[in-house]
Design a protein around this ligand. Sequence first.
Ligand code: ADP
Ligand code: MG
Length: 445
Amino acid sequence: MTNGAADGLRPKGYPLFDFDMLGLKPILNKTLAANGFTEPTPIQNQAIPLALEGHDILGLAQTGTGKTLAFGLPLVAHLLELHGKPDPKTAKALILAPTRELVNQIADSLSMFTRETPLKIATVVGGQSINRQIGILARGVDILVATPGRLMDLMDRGAIQLHTVRHLVLDEADQMLDLGFIHALRKIAPKLGSPRQTMLFSATMPKQMEELSRAYLTNPRKVQVAPPGKAADKVSQSLIYVEKPSKNAKLREILRRDPEALVLVFGRTKHGCEKLMKGLVDDGFNAASIHGNKSQGQRDRAIKAFRDGAIRILVATDVAARGIDIPGVNYVINYELPDTPDNYIHRIGRTARAGREGETIALVSAEEIDLLVQIEKLMKTTIPVAEGTRPQAVKMEKPNRRGGNGGGNRRPQGAGQGQKKSFGQAPAGANTGKPQQRQRRRRAA
Ligand code: ADP
Ligand code: MG
């Protein structure tokens, strides 16, 4: 696709502005045009004018709806109005995001502006040299994009002071809730400057998020493009009932249906994902994995290779894949259902990004029926069954909680123990995969 308007996502009848109707500095319009951004997406359409007026924003939108620009453009516009370089060891704006990948992705997106303006942007994430980050912060930055854990380390070391921060963005906030984020925010927020504009973006709205917004937002304007809990409209969902021992064969069968497609496969645990990936590679599939046991470099390389199409199958845990933007994903396969229903929505949001079509298939065994029921309840819909019939629910073995933390944060993610896998033969099933044209797009620079 091109970066033209995300037509499929535009709500009917909603007034649309053009980016050049916003009264932005010419350099911003020039940068938007040069990067192919001509029309705003719906969340941008709603959020940008309000954020430019300085309101706090509570933004609810699924992944792939263009949230980065929705907060990034007003942020950059505000910062360009301020004069003077940032003081040493300070920042003017702080963006918090749950994972290293997401932090890097936000900084990459916003660097199209910082390259063309005097603004300085920096990232601080775990898994990288802290001394290098201390060095960068020593000179002061305009926009600091950070995971909460590493930011707190740097605050403790006196490498950064936040009293000059007048813009705070909490991106993918729901994904941070389970990463000890509330605790971090309680420490970080009192150190920030005021008055301050705060923008909170989230794909889902669990109860805790409402508390968060009450605590940190002042008279926020709520912008929303699809009700929370509703799956991206353009994702066609299906599920296959399959016994646990037959999942490996079924997965291979699906992968062979569309040998060109980019496929993101989700598993529950780090070990499970690694084993699954190795098995696929042994069977001749072009696969890589990302999870908390991989180094940052390995994860970055795998994501880049997947994005470039050099790797076709990426096996990931929920935490490692959070928020990452891989525009060309054709299929999301839930090899195992996630522990929490919200994560199902996050997973399927990895396909059908920015209005393209995508397909998601879940492999569901008797042990996962309870999880399936929760997911369908949250989404208020029944996922169409492509193969098999619903088995009697079987209680899952008690998950052995171990750290499945891929985000460089401190609190371990609740993750079930990797299941014993055998390579049983799948029952012959109907071919339900819709072969899809592989769509690649020019990456926004
Ligand atoms: P989210 O944060 O909601 O998951 P992103 O900000 O990562 O979404 O954007 C998803 C994709 O849509 C990115 O590839 C981005 O370049 C593209 N995109 C964002 N805004 C627009 C726009 N106005 N027109 C076209 N494409 C856009
Ligand atoms: Mg995002």
